[in-house]
Ligand binder design. Structure first.
Ligand code: RB5
Length: 148
């Protein structure tokens, strides 16, 4: 299950993502929003909490740049969000970082590129091995910071 969300700046891109997921027959939950204007951290929180609760396996967050959403998402325990503007990064953030949230910017990329990025992110598995050790080190940082 994929949880998706956008702010007002990426409402149209969210429609593109919805259509893509429907075409691929990938189940998803749309966390909105259709409000304009809207505050991207609120949407990021909804999507990340769905992953934390086990209601979703991965998330897709969209805003103007993808950056605000990625900053907000990465404040959540267990979330590894990557803002991607091309497929190479989307592929390798799955292979090496086990990213569980993809962020994209509607003011940065078009619908065609977004679909290629989605292909790379959603159909690439984490490589594990030496990368698992590095992901574990990220989790350690998260746990140490939470104790401050
Ligand atoms: C909204 O204008 C814009 O700031 C937001 O969509 C996003 O780009 C923030 O990072």
């Amino acid at each position: 299950m994929i949880a998706i969300g956008s702010d007002h700046a990426a409402a149209e891109l969210r429609c593109t993502v919805r259509q893509y997921l429907e075409d691929q027959e990938i189940p998803f939950i749309d966390c909105g929003t259709d409000e304009s204007p809207s505050d991207y951290p609120i949407i990021a929180r909804k999507v990340c909490q769905m992953i934390q609760n086990g209601e979703a396996d991965q998330g897709i967050l969209l805003c103007g740049t993808g950056i605000g959403m990625s900053i907000a998402a990465n404040k959540h325990r267990g979330i590894r969000a990557a803002a991607c503007s091309e497929p190479y990064s989307a592929k390798f953030t799955r292979l090496h970082n086990d990213a569980n949230v993809l962020c994209m910017g509607a003011r940065v990329i078009g619908a065609g590129l977004a679909q290629q990025i989605l292909d790379a992110f959603l159909f690439t598995e984490f490589e594990g091995g030496r990368h698992q050790r590095r992901v574990d080190l990220i989790t350690e940082i998260e746990q140490t910071e939470a104790q401050k």
